[in-house]
Design a protein around this ligand. Sequence first.
Ligand code: ZN
Length: 149
Amino acid sequence: MGQPNDPTGDYTQINAVDWIPFPPPLCQGNIRWKLLHVSPESGRWTAIFDCPKGTSFNRHIHMGPGEYFLTKGRMNVRGGTDAGGATAVAPSYGYEACNARHDHTEFPEDSEFYMTFMGPLNFIDEAGNTVALVGSREVLGAWQAATAR
Ligand code: ZN
């Protein structure tokens, strides 16, 4: 990843970046990620996630909309098609609206997806209380702390 707000743009050769563990309080299982870009001036951030079979993200609300490209595998959003949600099958594109609440985002097989978030994710407990607010500044801080040498 380049410098945030670099006016010349940003470029990342994804295979040249190492996967790091996504913070355990935010997911179940060994999800890994690569932060690809942050735009603090707009709150936008982009990452790619490696989600082995059986992993899931903890309950969260999208404080802004987001777009994803599922490059590999299968992702059950809002419980999947069987529970009234959506089941994405790679290759697929999806849009999640502002304020979308995801109680269950699960990966029934080894999966990988790229996503741009236009705002923070509000991780919540069952009662709706904020556990962690994860926006562009937080992901940049987490990424820099994890990749510092
Ligand atoms: Zn979500």
